[in-house]
Design a protein around this ligand. Structure first.
Ligand SMILES: [Ca+2]
Length: 193
């Protein structure tokens, strides 16, 4: 009887030791993907500015929703610069920690039957003019597009490294569209390759 009790004590110590070791394993690394904006409702868009006063509505159609329950449809006018601006005032909410990731990715569904040109402007803590900002442009084919902006090795328009850790402003816009257009945005996220 005493022998059996001793065995259980040994087993107990072993289990407890394993548990303690398990608790000491390092915390998991940064997740592979981090949501920046899910375009779910007006509350989530608080502080975000819209360039060109586009018509906008939330849509729940599964064809366009790639995250959560909703996506944001923007309706732009011919010849009117139209876009979404993440101003410096939202920095703590949306624009921090980007330097830990390789890509900014956003799903954009182009509802027209023509290509659309989507440009991005990024300002860091040293940006004062066009040369000291960064720019990235992407052609959207009709239908679904996953737009990817590389964050590693991003350079200023006038040369020199862009400081992603100091990101202050982020703008995605359609400059001088040749026709009225509609696009749906969803699942703006940071990703590791
Ligand atoms: Ca969503």
């Amino acid at each position: 009887m005493r022998k059996a009790a001793g065995l259980w004590i040994v087993v107990g110590v072993f289990v407890a030791g394993s548990w303690i070791l398990a608790q000491e394993t390092p915390p998991p690394a940064e997740p592979k993907s981090k949501l920046i904006m899910g375009f779910e409702n007006e509350g989530e868009l608080a502080g975000i500015e819209f360039i060109g006063d586009p018509g906008r509505e939330f849509v729940a159609d599964k064809k366009y929703v790639t995250e959560g329950q909703a996506a944001l449809k923007l309706k732009g006018k011919k010849g009117t610069d139209t876009g979404i601006e993440f101003p410096p005032t939202v920095r703590g909410k949306c624009l921090t920690g980007w330097e830990k990731y390789d890509l900014l990715v956003v799903d954009v569904h182009n509802l027209t039957d023509k290509d659309l040109s989507l440009s991005f402007r990024l300002d860091d803590d040293k940006s004062k003019d066009y040369a000291s900002r960064a720019r990235f442009a992407k052609t959207l084919r009709p239908g679904a597009n996953a737009v990817k902006i590389p964050l590693k090795g991003l350079t200023r328009n006038g040369g020199g490294d862009f400081n992603v850790a100091g990101l202050r402003r982020f703008i995605g816009h359609f400059g001088s569209p040749t026709d009225d257009f509609e696009v749906v945005f969803d699942n703006m996220r940071l990703e590791k390759e």
